[in-house]
Structure formats: C-alpha cells, structure tokens
Design a protein around this ligand. Sequence first.
Ligand SMILES: [Fe+2]
Ligand SMILES: [Fe+2]
Length: 190
Amino acid sequence: MDYKKDYLDIVKSRVKETRYIHTLGVINVSVELAKIYNVDIDKARIAASLHDITKYIDIDTQKEMIIKNFGKDVLDSLVPQIYHGYTAYVVARDEFKVDDEDILNAILYHTNGRENMSTLEKIIFIADFTEPSRKFKEANICLEKAKKSLDDAVYYAIDEQIKYMESKEGYKIAKIAYKVRDYYRRFKVE
Ligand SMILES: [Fe+2]
Ligand SMILES: [Fe+2]
C-alpha cells in the first residue's frame, strides 16, 4: 500500500460537511499525538482519514457487511452507533487496500476501544473524542491528559462516554464499553 496516499477527496465525497471537518480535526490531533509518542505519522493520518468513512451508509447495508465479514455473533454483540467502525475497517481493507493491521485495528476499534490497545489505536480513539469541533469541556481535559499518559486519557474518555450515554434515556450501551473501562481504570492518574 501507498502510505503517502491522500484519502481526503474520497472522504469528502462520502460524508457530510460536519463529518469531514471532524475528520480533519481527528487527523490533526492524531498527528500531534503521533509525534509525541513516536508513532508513524502516515499511519496515524490514514487511520484518522478513514475512520468515519462509512458513517452514512444505511444501517441495513452496514449490518449485511458486518455479518459477511465478522459473523452474526459479532453483529449481535454491537450497538448501531459502533457499526461504522466495523464497516470502515472493511472498506479500508477491501476498497482502499490498507494492509497494515495496526491501521485497520485503529479504525475498527475507534468508537469503544478495546482492552490492551496499541499506541496507534489509543491515539485514534483519543483524537476522535478530543478534536477541536468537539465543543464539550471534557475534550480539552482529555487531550491535556493524553499528552502525559495515553492510558489515563483513554480511561477518562471512555468513562465520560459511558456517563453521557447513561444520562440519555433509552441509550443502549455495548458491553465492551464497560469491559474497556474496567481494563483502563488501573491506569487512572489521580
Ligand atoms: Fe466514528
Ligand atoms: Fe469520528
């Protein structure tokens, strides 16, 4: 694969304007964190560029893609707001021929994270939560934490996400979110 390839035109043609601006923000923050943590900047840029590319594919098509590529059990373990990480993984791998496992996993797990993430996975997860078009104050707090400890920032982000979802009536939270929070609690910096 070509690590210098720029996916922005194609991303722009497939997502809404606000999502495109969000994507540019995720690229900027992930490149900034990649420099601090010595992660390959091209890999961070590619993962950030493609992470939300399937956000606007209709939900039934996404379900079919997940069943075909991951199986029905995986689909049943997910909630709809995390489908797009799984389908973006498929598009990145099959359509754009991304063959780097770490980039693909960073896309796959960007919504809920997972236990024992790689540095790139943590960077994309945190950049998604903290990029400048996220206007809540927790975004800034999380980014400041991330400059000192990615693990502490991951714990903070997932804890805030869960609290937010719990405050919303009728919001279904994926079990994996609690598992990931339990795993990262040990890295919490008081
Ligand atoms: Fe996303
Ligand atoms: Fe995103």
